[in-house]
Write a protein that binds this ligand. Structure first.
Ligand code: ADE
Ligand code: ZN
Length: 330
């Protein structure tokens, strides 16, 4: 099974590129930019990655990305992950990034975009890896700020595959971003949102009805409402479920109690992703292996999960067809 999972062409729809910052690179960038870290060693940083909940993680996530200052830093961050993902047999990544978390530190949108877009270009031309770009808004910051960033990003609209919504879900319902998402729709941008990770099933409905999103990131709490499950099934809305993330952030107690098998039984269009691999114990292959061990899934389940992801990936129809053929042959 391990060899099968390694060679299976895997597609990741839910990855925060800032959450792929490994402590080793964090130290390298800190040294390059003369920034003092709150950790003495890589081991000390890793030991701090124990979280009680989403907010506990977000505090370290925003602190960690403070080492990202230049275009080269963003390029190195993304290429470092792309190369590792490729070695694990990942063939496509839809990458979230958080411009507000950088702009508020004095790092310009141009610096972020130039670094990430160069890395995407190089991955697509030299690594056999396609990359989608999801510009995410921080739901615990004001909607007006998100709207400003969306307008400021006008030179990059053509380079974006979607906008997203992430960060602290409690008390930050999708409806807060109604105007931002309406403007994105007017511009012609596709929309996705985190919902039902720590927030209630009702936030999933709001994301669909008010933000008109095409996917739900996480969505595991849909199971608390029969009506929401029915809706997701009827409309075959893709859920980007992140098993090891859910364990790390205590959304579930242990992987063997994760609702992934139930979501599949319910006929939902499930995919799996790593979310923030540097913080949650590993990348997409590690998530696959952990699921194989926890749920005893065979090859057919993993083929289905990745077929679901390929069908939804932000890529060309030509690349999609190629990936489906490679999946069938694996
Ligand atoms: N799991 C997650 N949930 C919400 N926002 C995030 N930003 C990075 N990872 C996140
Ligand atoms: Zn996420």
């Amino acid at each position: 099974m391990l060899e099968f999972l390694r060679r299976l062409p895997k597609v990741e729809l839910h990855l925060h590129i800032e959450g792929s910052l490994e402590p080793e690179l964090m130290f390298e960038l800190a040294s390059r930019n003369c920034i003092e870290l709150p950790y003495a060693t890589v081991e000390e940083a890793k030991a701090a990655y124990e979280f009680d909940d989403l907010q506990g993680f977000l505090n370290l996530y925003y602190q960690g990305m403070n080492v990202l200052r230049t275009e080269q830093d963003f390029y190195d961050l993304a290429m470092d992950y792309f190369k590792r993902a490729r070695e694990e047999g990942v063939v496509h990544i839809d990458m979230h990034f958080d411009p507000q978390a950088h702009i508020q530190r004095g790092v310009s949108l141009d610096v972020v975009m130039s670094g990430l877009l160069s890395a995407k270009h190089d991955a697509e031309t030299s690594l056999d890896l396609s990359v989608g770009m999801i510009m995410a808004f921080l739901r615990d910051r004001p909607a007006e700020e998100a709207l400003q960033v969306l307008e400021q990003a006008a030179p990059y609209w053509k380079s974006l595959d979607a906008i997203g919504l992430d960060s602290a879900e409690h008390n930050n319902p999708p409806i807060k971003f109604q105007a931002v998402f309406a403007r994105a729709k007017e511009i012609g941008l596709v929309r996705v949102a985190h919902a039902g990770e720590e927030g209630p099933a009702d936030y999933i409905v709001q994301a669909l009805d008010v933000l008109d999103v095409q996917r739900i990131d996480h969505g595991v709490r849909c199971l608390e409402s029969e009506r929401v499950v029915q809706r997701l099934r009827d409309e075959q809305i893709v859920l980007t479920v992140c098993p090891l993330s859910n364990v790390s952030l205590k959304v579930v107690d242990q992987l063997r109690f994760h609702p992934l098998p139930k979501l599949l039984e319910e006929g939902l269009k499930v995919t799996i992703s790593s979310d923030d691999p540097a913080y949650f114990g590993g990348g997409l292959l590690t998530n696959h292996i952990a699921c194989a061990e926890a749920f005893g899934w065979g090859a057919d389940v993993f083929r289905l999960l990745n077929l679901n992801a390929i069908e939804e990936a932000f890529t060309s129809d030509e690349r999609r067809k190629e990936l489906i053929q490679r999946l069938e042959k694996a």
